[in-house]
Design a protein around this ligand. Structure first.
Ligand SMILES: [Zn+2]
Length: 586
């Protein structure tokens, strides 16, 4: 039996999609429909059902009684119903991220997990999705891009019918609709499309395609060095270009990316240009996930339970390894200089080492608590949350170095990826995922290197690898400098709000914390001089060491006098140096 969905771009100006789901032969007595509460790849409860603004059920040409039974679930009475059942509802969509749904007069983008209710009992049935064009002339140039399978009658980029094998596959295929631009290339024989939406200025298209293709081919070769076979028939990068945003969400045969248009390459963009490096890293990160978390994945995700939090201690394996390889592959493909790669390593190391939470939260704990910590940042974040991306990437780097050393350079972390991916391929539909405590055994089986002690210290405990030694084994040096006086002497992060500085985070064991400074405080005067955001660094440089000075802040609109005593600047920044430029220290 085929479950049929139809999506209309009902009112773009009001951000309203209209959805119809039809079950040809619903369950006897009652049929239950539910919407996921979270989207795979982003580990936070998002309660997408909150955006459904109206809903009715129709059968036998009459409306049927509907009862809501929990925040995301509806029950329709099917007593006496002889034919099909349709649910018709409207969804408000104005989330600009890659995770939910968006519709306005410029474009539509949605993850089906935000729009398409699942009829329980029919999760494994085949699905059709009809994407219906809005007849207004304003939208006559709009096209469709998605990783869903096109119907024979539907041409590429066109509205019409699409197919999925089951609900899980359906919600893993985001859809972009609008007047977008496309770039195409083949990587090891497989078609790849880049679909650009949002603000798309003129840029060096050939460079972007050439570089992304090189990164894709390196990734395919990493997982399957012999056959160089990708695990999908086609792959789509959705790239929404905006101002000042950055992120992505992985899927099995596509990814949704959001980035600043300013990071697109121009003719004179160098191989050490930071913005373009971060864009290439984003492409590579999400592409790598097609193997590493969409195919090889935690057992807890087989299948996903989208009705509640799904706890795993393994996010550091999937996000950390991916964070290590995204920079590494971009570097190995020759797309950035060694100096640019060293700069990226410096930033990760500095970010991690200045996060005081590393002394109290392990990587395994950070993974497990992602639902309530990583995705819910506040002013205490650096003291409470270790990033399983950043420390996970550094531990991946250290494990790689350890495996290389112990195996006399015969084996590396690459072998672990390949071994795990081969297991996935060989298991086919019986694939059960990685058990929570299996990572040590996996590394042993893949490389013959025992990492039990390393995992105990670096992953389940709060110890750190010797990063300087690790870097040395990779051919890099390291030295220590001072990040900024705001961080090093005052002990906070700030954001500028006009000319004023507002505290966003207060770090443990710092002058700011001892003085009672809090996140949200608006800095007014330091040592009796008005604080201006652009001059704060300079002001702090004039404050004598270990002498109390006055500090005035507004907290919730009320002036608060504090006294602060700042120590000498600390060397809290790690600068990674390439061999070639080590002498110059850049
Ligand atoms: Zn990721």
């Amino acid at each position: 039996m085929t479950i049929a969905y139809a999506i209309e771009l009902a009112e773009p100006h009001a951000h309203i999609f209209r959805v119809t789901v039809t079950v040809p032969a619903p369950l006897d007595q009652e049929q239950v429909f539910t919407l996921p509460t979270w989207v795979p790849g982003s580990y936070m409860i998002r309660d997408m059902a909150g955006q459904i603004v109206s809903l009715k059920a129709v059968g036998n040409d009459a409306s049927l009684p509907v009862t809501k039974i929990d925040k995301s679930t509806w029950r329709v009475s099917t007593r006496g119903l002889t034919g099909e059942l349709s649910l018709v509802y409207e969804v408000y969509a104005q989330d600009p991220s890659v995770r939910l749904a968006y519709l306005d007069c410029e474009r539509a983008f949605f993850n089906p997990s935000s729009l398409l209710l699942c009829p329980l009992g029919f999760e494994n049935e085949p699905i059709t999705l009809d994407l219906i064009k809005n007849d207004s002339p304003a939208y006559k140039h709009w096209q469709v891009a998605t990783g869903l399978v096109r119907d024979k009658a539907t041409k590429r980029w066109r509205f019409g019918r699409y197919h999925a094998d089951n609900y899980e596959q359906l919600i893993d295929c985001p859809v972009e609709i609008g007047d977008f631009k496309t770039l195409s290339f083949k990587a090891h024989g497989v078609r790849h499309d880049i679909v650009l939406s949002g603000h798309v200025p003129a840029f060096d298209e050939v460079r972007l395609v050439t570089d992304v293709k090189a990164a894709c081919e390196r990734t395919i070769e990493l997982f399957d060095p012999k056959a160089k076979k990708a695990p999908f028939k086609e792959y789509t990068f959705f790239l929404n270009l905006t101002v000042g945003s950055y992120g992505g969400l992985e899927h099995a045969n596509s990814t949704a990316l959001i980035a600043s248009f300013e990071d697109l390459p121009l003719a004179d963009t160098g191989k050490d240009e930071k913005g373009y490096q971060s864009l290439l890293t984003l492409f590579t990160h999400e592409y790598f996930h097609a193997w590493w978390v969409k195919r090889v994945k935690p057992a807890m995700f087989v299948p996903y339970d989208l009705s509640r939090e799904t706890y795993t201690t393994l996010l550091w394996v999937f996000e950390g390894f991916t964070s290590f390889y995204d920079e590494k592959l971009v570097h190995e493909a020759g797309l950035v200089t060694s100096q640019a790669y060293a700069r990226a390593l410096s930033e990760s190391l500095t970010q991690h080492m200045s996060c005081t939470a590393r002394l109290r939260q392990s990587l395994a704990e950070s993974s497990f608590d992602a639902w309530i910590k990583y995705y819910k940042p506040d002013g205490n974040r650096p003291n409470a949350v270790v990033s399983y991306y950043v420390k996970g990437g550094l531990v991946a780097m250290a494990l790689d170095a350890h495996i290389r050393r112990m195996s006399k350079n015969e084996r590396s972390l690459d072998d672990v990826l390949r071994y795990a991916y081969r297991q996935f391929v060989e298991a086919g539909s019986d694939y059960a995922g990685l058990d929570e405590d299996f990572i040590g055994e996996l590394i042993w089986e893949a490389t013959g290197v025992d990492v039990t002690d390393q995992l105990q210290a670096w992953v389940y405990g709060c110890e750190e690898p010797d990063y300087v030694q690790v870097l040395k084994s990779m051919g890099y040096g390291a030295k220590y400098e001072t990040q900024s006086l705001v961080r090093s002497r005052l002990g906070v992060s700030v954001r500028a709000d006009g000319v004023e500085s507002v505290v966003t985070q207060v770090f443990d064991a710092t002058a700011a914390q001892a003085a009672g400074l809090a996140a949200g405080d608006r800095l007014v005067a330091l040592d009796n001089v008005r604080v201006e955001a652009s001059k704060l660094e300079k002001m702090i440089s004039r404050i004598p060491v270990d002498e109390p000075v006055s500090l005035y802040v507004f907290r919730g609109g009320i002036l608060l006098p504090l006294v602060i005593t700042m120590g000498a600047p600390r060397k809290d920044k790690i600068v990674v140096q390439t061999k070639k430029n080590g002498k110059k220290g850049r």
